[in-house]
Write a protein that binds this ligand. Structure first.
Ligand SMILES: *[C@@H]1O[C@H](CO)[C@@H](O)[C@H](O)[C@H]1NC(C)=O
Length: 351
């Protein structure tokens, strides 16, 4: 009996020490590849313009404080807040939506819209674990909203994206392949992979790094742009002559840990009769990097502070060829070796 108890507690202890490292938020909007519809029936006096956009989430391990629920509208990385239910309990409603929006509950944050006639838009359900205030703690998914009045049609084209959201574990130095499929694909698709969100100097925590971007090749040449932090390490898979959204990252670095968003859309203006620029689905997956800690050496180095090779949020101090230890920058900052200080991430390239 005693032996059994010991075995159980040993397992529980191992699990919690592993899981305590980082808490991951995962948001699911059912039908995220489609849209909800309000179809006006002016001849029907019983018709009520009321739509629901469902949202579900998990936070693992669960935080002690409730998460912040935010519904936004717009296109990915260019949105405005419609409704925000802060962790503290405070509720904000965009003035345009006053009296026309509610959220079911904090555990099931379905968005309910009344008399919404802004018929071309995309609504994002964002869940933020305030105890994990970084890219691991924030996730979101979206669903289109379409209002059909007299003489209007259903949307013709929808960009859809599908990504397995199971967190990916990879060793430093290893390779990871993030399998993303979508419509459109090939030449017509605009493909973005962005990492984030992180905070910027202005205090807004809605900043994303574009890891790789492929422009649409519809009528022009496809061009691929890569962030300097990922130069030579990222590629999009091909199928025949088509470029697909599946992303491969090689020579994984501890700094690569974080949340990656696969986002696809149609050429910006070509299909403006449909969802237009709102026609951009996105889904995210988290990469966790197992980092064998390597201590940097100060031998042959001039006196000064150096960005830590394993984590550019850390720096070590060298003097007379000896190391005077490793320090960590304040949360959200990384070490700028040129200026010899902790700086905003968007000012610094991780070496
Ligand atoms: C992506 O697909 C490849 C090939 O099927 C597989 O080896 C790899 O593990 C997948 N990646 C993830 C993150 O599941």
């Amino acid at each position: 009996m005693l032996g059994l108890l010991v075995a159980i507690s040993a397992v529980a202890c191992f699990e919690s020490s592993y899981a305590d490292a980082v808490s991951i938020t995962t948001v699911t909007v059912p039908y995220h590849n489609y849209y909800v519809l309000a179809a006006d029936r002016p001849w029907d006096p019983t018709w009520v313009n009321r739509v629901e956009i469902r949202c579900e989430y998990t936070i693992s391990p669960a935080p002690a404080t409730p998460p912040t629920i935010t519904w936004l509208r717009g296109t990915f990385a260019d949105r405005e807040v419609v409704y925000k239910w802060s962790s503290s309990g405070e509720v904000y409603v965009h003035p345009e939506f006053a009296g026309r929006v509610s959220v079911e509950s904090r555990t099931r944050p379905t968005l309910v819209l009344f008399n919404e006639r802004t018929w071309v838009d995309r609504y994002w359900c964002r869940v933020t674990n305030e105890e994990q205030p970084d890219e691991f703690g924030t996730d979101e998914e979206s669903c289109g909203f379409w209002y059909v009045g007299i003489g209007y049609n259903l949307p013709k084209l929808l960009a859809t994206v599908h990504l397995d959201k199971t967190p990916v574990h990879v060793d430093a130095g290893g390779t990871v392949q993030l399998n993303c499929t979508g419509v459109p694909d090939g030449r017509m698709a605009t493909i973005f992979w962005v990492k984030g969100p992180s905070c910027t100097q202005g205090g807004s925590c809605d900043s994303y790094e574009t890891v790789i971007h492929k422009s649409s090749g519809w009528g022009e040449t496809e061009t691929i742009t890569v962030s300097p932090n990922f130069a030579g390490r990222v590629s999009l898979a091909t199928r025949g002559v088509s470029i697909t959204p599946t992303l491969t990252i090689t020579d994984i670095r501890p700094r690569d840990a974080g949340r990656y968003w696969c986002s696809i859309n149609y050429p910006d203006d070509r299909y403006s009769s449909s969802f237009g620029r709102w026609n951009r689905g996105a889904q995210s997956v988290v990469i966790l990097v197992n980092d064998p800690v390597t201590e940097p050496t100060c031998a042959d180095k001039a006196d000064g502070k150096y960005q830590h090779p394993a984590d550019c949020a850390q720096f070590y101090t060298c003097s007379g060829g000896l190391s005077y230890g490793t320090n960590t920058c304040p949360a959200g900052l990384v070490f700028n070796q040129d200026l010899q200080l902790c700086d905003w991430a968007n000012n610094v390239i991780c070496l």
